[in-house]
Design a protein around this ligand. Structure first.
Ligand code: ADP
Ligand code: ZN
Length: 432
């Protein structure tokens, strides 16, 4: 049941003792960086002031902008000669950010991913195929080294060319696949076109899905389509990549490895801790990293800590499924909406496919939301389609409190991305 019992079985008080030790060490290491030396000086705190977990709140937050300002090597806590790898974010929203790793960092990252994969029942003998892009994107090498560390035969299929991906699954007898949720749906559609029944023609049993927000309904769909158990995997480049938090076989919340990270949930506006169990921004402090430790990093991801004990016996905190990023939030007519709320409604209709696109426009200061969603199969039953559109609109209105225009479109007609799905297009013009 445990790959690293010495860490996975820790009790709450043991976790806290380990975190206190590791936090103090991390703060000392941070003093090797110009960035944190300045930060501490500006806030009039000394490393020795951080003696317990409750002192963490005295340290200022670190933001993505701080990483950008330090691009590329400004946050290195070790001489560059000890850094053996860097990963970089896409940089689509400005200067890219860089994350640096020593060999020990890479080893510990592989251990974390291996621990996650072991937790969901994967073992040597399993054949693990990874459909992530390799290269700078951490889902590629992150899962590669983790799966190898566990001792599985690992197939670095990488992204793209879905027919080839499926051929690998059938030819190699792949039992476990890592895919982003939007791609899992695409994979099934192409299997259908090729006349392949995943239950009959493949050995797939386990799917690891993550890297983008998805609803519980979408997970159930993926499980049904492919005849697998699908586990939610959460990570981000700034925290290495995959392996930060992962569902156990209970499929109820993602255990975050607290021997690697200290978790805080704060109100994204006031930056004060939220009351226990409430949704807020996830803030993480790395406590098991050498090259680039980060203190109180604001992830912008919104989630909450699930209350209670997990029946699996692990005491590492469980995060709820991500609600989205604070910057994904749609503000329409003064109402705050997350794309995942819309997905949750859509996925309940058996007639609908997996792909949808939300478009925001404004005419004469009137904000409008259009939801286009693919039908699962062709239909020219006008009356049925009209009734379906009406029912979807009604349920969306109930969920998001505004009435969108719903358009049913034919299968395959919405644009497909190679990487993470783009669910929202904001075409609103600034009105003066
Ligand atoms: P980028 O910031 O360019 O998207 P990353 O690959 O580091 O690059 O993406 C990390 C982000 O992806 C997280 O901060 C989170 O918003 C999202 N993410 C990752 N895993 C999940 C998941 N399981 N559920 C929801 N969102 C996720
Ligand atoms: Zn559990």
């Amino acid at each position: 049941m445990y790959l690293h019992p010495e860490f996975e079985k820790l009790t709450r008080s043991e976790i806290e003792a380990l975190q206190t030790e590791r936090l103090k060490k991390t703060v000392r290491q941070c003093m090797n960086t110009e960035f944190y030396r300045r930060r501490f000086a500006e806030s009039h705190i000394a490393p020795d002031d951080i003696r317990s977990l409750s002192d963490l709140g005295r340290i200022p937050f670190t933001t993505k902008q701080d990483l950008r300002d330090s691009y590329p090597f400004g946050m290195s806590a070790v001489p560059l000669s000890r850094v053996v790898r860097l990963h970089s974010s896409s940089g689509t929203t400005g200067t890219p950010t860089v994350i640096l790793h020593t060999q020990r960092d890479l080893d510990e990252w592989a251990n974390a991913v291996a621990r996650c994969l072991y937790m969901v029942g994967l073992r040597p003998g399993d054949i693990f195929q990874n459909s992530s892009g390799y290269g700078m994107f951490t889902g590629g090498l992150g899962f590669q080294y983790g799966a190898e560390r566990l001792g599985m035969l690992t197939v670095p299929a990488a992204a793209g060319n879905t027919k080839r991906q499926i051929k690998f699954i059938t030819d190699f007898g792949t039992t476990a696949l890592h895919a982003i949720p939007s791609y899992a749906g695409r994979l099934y559609e192409v299997m259908e076109e090729m006349g392949i029944d995943p239950r009959r023609d493949t050995h797939l049993r386990t799917l690891i899905i993550g890297a983008e927000p998805h609803s519980e309904e979408q997970r159930r769909r993926i499980e049904q389509m492919l005849g697998v158990k699908a586990y939610n995997s959460f990570g981000m480049s700034e925290m290495c990549g995959p392996g930060v938090a992962f569902e156990c076989t209970e499929q109820n919340g993602l255990h975050i490895w607290e021997d690697y990270y200290i978790v805080e949930i704060v109100d994204p506006v006031t930056l004060e801790p939220v009351p226990e169990g409430e949704v807020g921004e996830l803030v993480l402090t790395t406590i098991n990293r050498e090259a680039m430790p980060l203190l109180r990093y604001r992830t912008r991801d919104l989630t909450r800590i699930l209350p209670g004990e997990c029946p699996c016996g692990r005491h590492h905190l469980r995060l709820d499924r991500m609600k989205g990023r604070s910057d994904d939030m749609i503000i329409l007519k003064g109402v705050n909406i997350f794309p995942i709320q819309i997905e949750t409604v859509l996925m309940q209709f058996a007639e609908l496919g997996n792909d949808y696109l939300i478009t925001l426009t404004n005419e004469e200061a009137n904000d409008l939301m259009t939801v286009e969603v693919e039908l699962k199969a062709f239909s020219d039953d006008y009356h049925r389609l009209q009734a379906l559109t009406k029912e979807i609109t009604r349920q969306l209105k109930d969920e998001i409190l505004i009435t969108p225009v719903v358009r049913l479109v034919s299968k395959g007609s919405l644009p497909k991305q190679e990487g993470k799905a783009v669910r929202v297009r904001d075409l609103r013009k600034t009105l003066i």
